[in-house]
Ligand binder design. Structure first.
Ligand SMILES: Cc1ncc(COP(=O)(O)O)c(C=O)c1O
Length: 511
């Protein structure tokens, strides 16, 4: 066995991994990467079809991000945010505030830009989300939002209140104790119930397996042919009403917008997010948007942005449009929802370094202001908060993201992925194909006509991913759901290879 693999076996405990299985085989040791390709120590190349656990945006070894880190490296790598400011973190905060508060463009009326009934700043004059708290990863970004929302609610509703959160069934917001408390995946979370604070859950709109969807299975994304009366939205209203009756309205609704990742790539039908966030607002709840997976363009371009990219191709005389591409960098913006807390991580640095941010409003910020002796300070922070290397990488990543080249790449990848995925409907073991922009979940079933799932013990998803690796494509399943989430630089040819490896691997499943 390779020396690094041996050392790994001897010393490393891997996340979300049954280590008995891990120790039973030689692990792949990654040695380098370029674009969408990862290379192992044996010199074999693989396509990175899940963007290194949903982090990488523009590809590995990107010359511009490498350059930014190098330039920062010779100045300083890290100084503390406890007591000092620094250049890249200040610039990054400014940039994040800018992209989190898009200026309305024609046809993109952000009509839900209200907090507690007040007009917010989406007029472009006074930004709505204008304070940035940096941390290290998705879990800590969520932890910060939960703690801020909790204490903000106590300070505004009265110290006697016990703020309560509502989140979605199947929610995953990270592995720190607060994030786990807001999560609802029994397999991950149940064992720790004794450690957690109680949150409520409400049905998430999993159209393919929704008990209210009366449609028979078809060879299309279940969102398209569902037959229901939006019972899932009705249940949200009921939850809010019931909690209000108890005299303690929910402090906040916590959600992943457009697509719940770890729940199994569960996409929300168009209009769901707008409706449920309107309900939450009408009950005075804050909105905590977890865009750890969905942020930075992952959920694709909104319809009008795609049209503009292509219409501009036809009509070269149109003025540059780059400014308003910003409107599609976050999933919330595609449903015209402006949250009170926006949590980002994974792709923030282009997937290069661990860095996260929680954006919030002036109103929340002000609730923590006071004389030193009032101790209203937000007593929370991390050693690497506002790290310079991460911020330098993030600044360049955002610059790339907003370039016309990247917008075109993303529009093309979205189309290529869609075209490739269509070809999988002919496979009887494919039950549902759910694509939102540049991320897709393919749900495997025993037979598409019955929607009968594979038992988890059959390891269907794992086996398909192992077979895909033998075809030179790496991804990780979520139970029976195979994830395709390529870096934005993935070419048409590479996309075809990913889909064809997936097709062959599904066909190799026995029975
Ligand atoms: C939606 C969402 N929130 C939070 C997290 C936690 O992020 P991290 O693993 O960086 O702590 C994840 C991780 O997959 C996620 O998908």
């Amino acid at each position: 066995m390779n020396r690094f693999a041996q050392l790994d076996h001897q010393y490393i405990w891997h996340p979300f991994t049954q280590m008995r299985n891990w120790l039973g085989r030689e692990p792949m040791v990654i040695s380098s990467g370029k674009g969408a390709v990862l290379r192992d120590v044996k010199g074999r190349d693989y396509l990175d079809a899940n963007s290194s656990i949903w982090t990488n945006l523009h590809g590995h070894n990107h010359p511009k991000i490498n350059g930014a880190i190098r330039r920062q490296l010779v100045k300083i790598s890290h100084s503390s945010a406890l007591g000092f400011a620094n250049q890249p973190a200040s610039l990054l905060a400014e940039k994040l505030v800018k992209i989190a508060n898009p200026k309305p463009v024609a046809g993109r009326d952000f009509s839900r830009d209200k907090i507690g009934g007040e007009k917010s700043g989406l007029d472009g004059v006074s930004p709505h989300l204008n304070k940035v708290f940096f941390s290290d990863d998705g879990s800590t970004a969520m932890e910060v939002a939960l703690k801020l929302a909790y204490e903000f609610t106590r300070r505004t509703r009265g110290k006697g209140t016990k703020p309560k959160f509502l989140s979605l069934d199947g929610a995953y917001h990270g592995d720190t104790v607060g994030a786990v408390s807001a999560g609802h995946i029994d397999l991950f979370h149940k064992a720790y119930a004794g450690l957690l604070f109680k949150t409520d859950k409400v049905m998430s709109p999993y159209c393919y397996r929704c008990p209210y969807n009366r449609a028979k299975p078809e060879r299309a994304d279940a969102r398209e042919y569902r037959k229901c009366n939006w019972e899932c939205v009705g249940l949200v209203e009921k939850k809010f009403a019931a909690q209000k009756k108890r005299g303690n309205p929910y402090a906040a609704l916590v959600f992943e917008p457009l697509m719940q990742g770890s729940a199994g790539m569960i996409p929300q039908p168009g209009g769901w997010l707008g409706q449920v966030t309107d309900i939450a607002r009408s009950h005075g709840a804050l909105l905590i948007a977890d865009e750890v997976m969905t942020g930075f363009g992952r959920t694709g371009l909104a319809g009008d942005d795609v049209r503009r990219v292509y219409s501009k191709e036809k009509n070269k005389s149109e003025p540059p449009y780059v400014g308003s591409y910003e409107n599609s960098l976050f999933a919330c913006q595609q449903e015209k929802v402006q949250p009170d807390f926006l949590c980002v991580a994974k792709g923030l640095t282009g997937g290069y370094l661990p860095m996260a941010a929680t954006l919030t409003t002036q109103k929340v910020f002000d609730a923590f202001l006071g004389e030193y002796s009032e101790f209203k300070t937000f007593f929370h922070g991390h050693s690497f908060t506002g790290n310079q290397l991460g911020a330098a990488a993030a600044l360049v990543s955002l610059e790339i993201l907003q370039s016309e080249k990247s917008v075109r790449q993303r529009a093309a990848l979205q189309k290529n992925l869609q075209a490739g995925l269509q070809t999988l409907w002919s496979l009887p073991k494919v039950g549902d194909i759910r694509q939102v922009g540049l991320v897709a979940g393919i749900e495997l079933v025993k037979d598409w006509r019955t929607r009968k799932p594979f038992a988890l013990g059959e390891r269907a998803g794992i086996r398909v991913c192992e077979a895909m690796a033998r075809h030179g494509v790496l991804t990780r399943p979520i139970g029976n759901v195979i994830v395709l989430m390529p870096p934005y630089c993935t070419t048409a040819e590479q996309t075809r290879k990913m889909v064809s490896a997936l097709r062959d691997s599904i066909q190799s499943l026995p029975g």
